[in-house]
Design a protein around this ligand. Sequence first.
Ligand SMILES: [Zn+2]
Length: 80
Amino acid sequence: MTFKDIMKYIESEYSIINYTPCKVCGGNYIVKYSNEILIDDIPYDICHCVCSSCGYEKIFQFCAPFVKETLPVNIRAILN
Ligand SMILES: [Zn+2]
């Protein structure tokens, strides 16, 4: 997977977040922070989002096949 593919992937995650209205007020979510975790050896990108209007918090979970390839080896070892 090239860097361009990774960027496309991240962009699609962000567009999903941008097009998901807040379930409380219909406002827009913004990403507070995100982190990568491994579940059953499958990497996931966990985005902690907050509504920009009412502050409602929502977590978006994306399967992130690129994470494994981009993580430095020492971090991979810690996660495993
Ligand atoms: Zn809201």
